[in-house]
Design a binder for this molecule. Structure first.
Ligand code: MG
Length: 246
């Protein structure tokens, strides 16, 4: 009888853990809530000599649509920025990258709409897999490991260095790609360091695998891969995107 009830308990736990893994909430972490640090005045950093310019305001030729591999169809604005065209899909760089330094500037919509993950959501994916979250996290609470500057559902930003909606912000990202051996086994995890508006928000954190909305990170071997910007249906804008291969 004792054995039977132990078995039943184990079965129940197995069912429960499987149920939790199908639930996006199972991987949300709400504490701690990063303290707010107002960043200094914005400065736009021009690309250094050896950078590859991925977007300078004039064209989208470095990008294609992740939806159907056609030309990238986000909106180019007269102020040198581009804006997500909801429904057009993510945009992906033509080139692939390994270790790199990436600079970009982003702006969440001035008209505040929605809440939590539904406000100014986009994202920067390194190697098409590892998302540094873009979100309007100015006075907008969501799970800490999904707020602006989070390595999505893996690392909470050290502080909340967000500017208000409608203001330009910057990311400076140092990415070390994961290493896989010839058998496809992960031998050294990827790493990320991120400055938001000049403030350190991720310090050499270990990438646990793909940044999944539901379930646990996955580690499938891959080589160099593109940068991807997310269409999450919100009118987030980007400008001045450049990269240095390391
Ligand atoms: Mg996102």
């Amino acid at each position: 009888m004792k054995k039977l009830s132990a078995l039943l308990l184990l079965t129940a736990l197995a069912i429960q853990s499987r149920a939790q893994i199908n639930d996006p909430k199972a991987t949300e972490v709400w504490t701690p809530e990063p303290r707010v640090v107002a960043p200094g005045k914005p400065v736009s950093m021009a690309p250094p000599e050896d950078a590859i310019v991925l977007f300078d305001g004039s064209w989208l030729s470095e990008w294609y649509s992740g939806k159907d591999s056609s030309a990238a169809a986000w909106t180019i604005n007269s102020d040198g920025s581009m804006t997500v065209k909801p429904g057009a899909g993510d945009i992906i760089t033509q080139r692939s990258f390994g270790d790199c330094q990436l600079h970009l500037e982003f702006r969440t919509p001035v008209v505040v709409k929605g809440e939590g993950q539904g406000r100014g959501n986009s994202g920067v994916f390194l190697q098409n897999r590892y998302e540094v979250q873009v979100l309007d996290s100015y006075q907008n609470r969501t799970y800490s490991n999904g707020q602006c500057g989070a390595v999505y559902k893996q690392h909470i930003p050290l502080v909340n260095a967000c500017r208000p909606p409608g203001e330009w912000q910057s990311y400076d990202i140092l990415f070390t790609a994961p290493r896989f051996n010839t058998d496809g086994m992960l031998v050294a995890p990827g790493r990320l360091t991120v400055f938001q508006n000049g403030v350190l928000i991720q310090s050499n954190v270990e990438i646990k695998g793909t940044t999944e909305y539901i379930g646990l990170p996955k580690n499938e071997a891959h080589g160099k891969a593109p940068i991807r910007l997310q269409d999450h249906g919100d009118l987030v804008s980007y400008r001045n995107i450049w990269i240095r291969e390391l």
